[in-house]
Design a protein around this ligand. Structure first.
Ligand code: MN
Length: 426
């Protein structure tokens, strides 16, 4: 389904007065501080976040999964769902495919569906963390780090296959996340596991086209509980360096132990020109995959402060591949993704308001109180009208969730697909 532009414009009509008033208020306040609000609106409207193909189905945990009806049963339907998000926000113009959960059967047809929604193909995701039916080898004891060279080769070949599918679709990057590790002490020789992982990654890297990038994701624990071979940013960074200049570290917000200073990791990686990808979510305890900004919005803002600083001051770091990597669990996934998109843009817009020059001066003078004042002045600004202005400009909805509900999108999807559909993937 597609949401008609005129329908969105009509819906926006009822909010015209309140929008004009709210935007006028924030624009005036910011201009008094010497901030060009139109410039901020422009930057916000240019920000695009990829939606992973596994985020459109019902979420869940290992204890249970609760469907909500109208789930997309095919890749085409998933692209249609992302199309809805993109119609309402003009921020979700890319999909990140997971292979084999969402292997296109007909590449040409899939490309046409994506193009009809203005969706491009972002990073491809390989899967060597579960065995596929009829697979000749098992990843039970690891993939790229496995003690058996034949299993390592099998996993490397899967990644090469994923690159080849991505080439046909027009993707330019591969994300590798490994579940490899040990659940019990003594199970794994750490040094051999790391060396095997490095050799395997180099094997994949050899097949990476010149205009592609590979992102190496890290995670401290889970599904293995004692150790993870690529446990932290330092290990990922080391492996990326061992591969070459097209290899980068990927930061997933949920892949850190509680209270890790993620913004400092971002700063370090961008200084070294090695931050390639970014996965958004939020968490209370670990890899909870909660809606972006639902638990720690201030932490997200501090992270964006470093991202914005890096984007402005680190030409050695490439443009980042942004993706939402969350699993709503008990929410309608489309509403959840709309909330995540909003939270990302709020944190980004707030970070754009930080007076970097003033902050630098306060830092030079060790005026700690002033530094905090500068950050929190930006954080406490209600930037939602700025987001609305960006969406209005792009022909998207002023209030995406209200529009989604008023248009009864879920009801139409249930009518079209029924209540028994099961999405592939998580
Ligand atoms: Mn991730």
């Amino acid at each position: 389904m597609k949401i008609d532009k005129n329908k969105i414009a009509d819906h926006n009509g009822q909010f015209r007065e309140s929008f004009d008033r709210d935007f006028g208020f924030v624009a005036e306040n910011l201009s008094r501080k010497g901030i060009d609000v139109e410039k901020v609106v422009m930057k916000v409207s240019e920000f695009q976040v990829a939606v992973p193909s596994w985020a459109l189905g019902a979420g869940g945990t290992r204890f249970g999964r609760f469907s909500y009806g109208g789930e997309p049963a095919s890749l085409e339907q998933k692209l249609n769902d992302i199309g809805v998000l993109n119609d309402l926000t003009r921020t979700a113009g890319a999909v990140s495919l997971h292979i084999p959960w969402d292997t296109p059967k007909d590449v040409k047809a899939i490309k046409e569906v994506a193009a009809s929604h203005g969706i491009s193909f972002d990073a491809m995701n390989s899967n060597t963390f579960q065995d596929q039916p009829e697979a000749e080898k098992s990843y039970k004891f690891g993939s790229l780090n496995n003690t058996d060279p034949a299993i390592r080769d099998f996993a490397v070949q899967h990644n090469i296959d994923v690159i080849n599918i991505g080439k046909e679709l027009g993707s330019k990057s591969l994300t590798v996340w490994l579940a490899d590790g040990a659940s019990f002490p003594g199970q794994l020789n750490f040094q051999n596991a790391l060396q095997n992982t490095q050799k395997s990654l180099q094997g994949i890297y050899k097949h990476l086209p010149d205009d592609w990038r590979i992102f190496i994701e890290y995670k401290p624990y889970e599904p293995n509980f004692y150790s993870t071979t690529i446990q932290d940013w330092g290990t990922s960074f080391m492996l990326a360096n061992a591969c070459g200049e097209k290899a980068y570290t990927l930061v997933d917000l949920g892949h850190h132990l509680p209270n890790t200073n993620i913004e400092q990791i971002v700063a370090t990686l961008m200084l070294k020109g090695k931050l390639g990808g970014f996965h958004f979510n939020d968490s209370k305890y670990g890899d909870d995959d909660l809606t972006v900004g639902s638990i720690k919005p201030y932490a997200l803002f501090l992270i964006f402060n470093e991202l914005v600083y890096g984007m402005e001051n680190n030409p050695q770091n490439p443009n980042l591949a942004w993706m939402i990597d969350a699993s709503h669990n008990i929410k309608d996934p489309l509403e959840d993704l709309l909330q995540s998109l909003e939270a990302i843009l709020i944190a980004y817009a707030q970070a754009l308001l930080i007076d970097q020059k003033e902050l630098r001066e306060a830092q030079e003078q060790n005026d700690v109180v002033k530094c905090q004042e500068i950050l929190q002045e930006a954080y406490r600004t209600d930037v939602r009208p700025i987001l609305m202005a960006a969406r209005k400009k792009a022909g998207a909805a002023l209030h995406p969730i209200t529009a989604y509900r008023d248009f009864q999108v879920r009801k139409s999807l249930i009518k079209e697909r029924g209540t028994k559909n099961m999405a592939t993937g998580l």
